[in-house]
Design a protein around this ligand. Structure first.
Ligand SMILES: [Zn+2]
Length: 203
C-alpha cells in the first residue's frame, strides 16, 4: 500500500493477521489498538499505527507500514535514497540534505546510525541472502558500503525467489527488520526473520 492510500484510511487501516514477534512465540496478535504518529513527505501528516497485543507474552507490538522505520519521521525510501547518495554517490550529507529537502542534522543522524550498525546489518543481511540462496555472498567493500551491498544481494535473491511480491528494496529493508533497520537497539535486526518467515508478512 502506498503512503497516500494508507493516510486516507486513517484509523480504518486494516493490517490483516500478524504473528507475535516475541522470542519463540509466533501466536496470532489480537486486541488491537493503535497510536498516531507523523510522517514527513509532501507536507507532514499524521497516520495511525496499529498495535496488537499478544495474549501469551502479554506485550503489545506496533505494526509499522513498510514505508516507515521506527523513530524516523521520513519515509524509508527517502532515508535509503539519502544513504545511497552519501555512501555510494559519495556526496556530503549536507548536499544530500539540500537535494532531498531534509534537515542536515537528520541526514547526518541516519548516516551515523548506519555506521554504528553496519557490521551487524551486513552480517544479518548476508545470512538472509544465504538463507534465500545458498551461494556465497562476496562483499567487495566494508563498513557502511558493505551493509548496502549485502542489502542489495539479499534483496536480489528475495526477488528471484518470490518475484513481485517482494517490495522495492528500502521497503523490504524496513519489512524484514520489523522497522528497526536504523534502530537504537544493539541487538542485530532480523533475528526473528532471518528465515523465510518474513514472507508471511507480505500480503
Ligand atoms: Zn507472543
Amino acid at each position: 500500500m502506498d503512503v497516500s492510500a494508507y493516510l486516507a484510511l486513517g484509523q480504518q487501516i486494516e493490517v490483516g493477521e500478524h504473528a507475535c514477534p516475541g522470542p519463540g512465540c509466533g501466536r496470532r496478535l489480537g486486541g488491537w489498538s493503535g497510536y498516531w504518529r507523523w510522517v514527513r513527505g509532501r507536507g507532514t501528516e499524521r497516520l495511525w499505527i496499529r498495535r496488537g497485543r499478544c495474549s501469551t507474552c502479554l506485550r503489545s507490538h506496533a505494526l509499522l507500514p513498510d514505508f516507515l522505520l521506527e523513530r524516523r519521521l521520513d519515509e524509508v525510501d527517502v532515508i535509503g535514497h539519502a544513504l545511497a547518495l552519501g555512501i555510494v554517490g559519495r556526496l556530503g550529507m549536507r548536499s544530500v540534505a539540500d537535494r532531498l529537502g531534509v534537515p542536515m542534522t537528520t541526514t547526518r543522524e541516519w548516516r551515523r546510525r548506519l555506521q554504528l550498525r553496519a557490521p551487524a546489518l551486513a552480517a544479518a543481511l548476508v545470512a538472509v541472502a544465504v538463507h534465500l540462496d545458498p551461494a556465497a555472498v562476496v562483499l567487495s567493500t566494508d563498513g557502511e558500503a558493505a551493509a548496502l551491498e549485502a542489502l542489495g544481494a539479499a534483496w536480489q535473491r528475495a526477488r528471484t525467489r518470490f518475484g513481485e511480491r517482494v517490495p522495492a528494496v528500502w521497503r523490504w529493508w524496513s519489512l524484514i527488520s520489523g522497522g528497526k533497520a536504523l534502530g537504537t537497539n544493539r541487538s542485530p535486526p532480523f533475528a526473528q526473520r532471518s528465515g523465510a518467515d518474513w514472507m508471511v508478512l507480505i500480503p
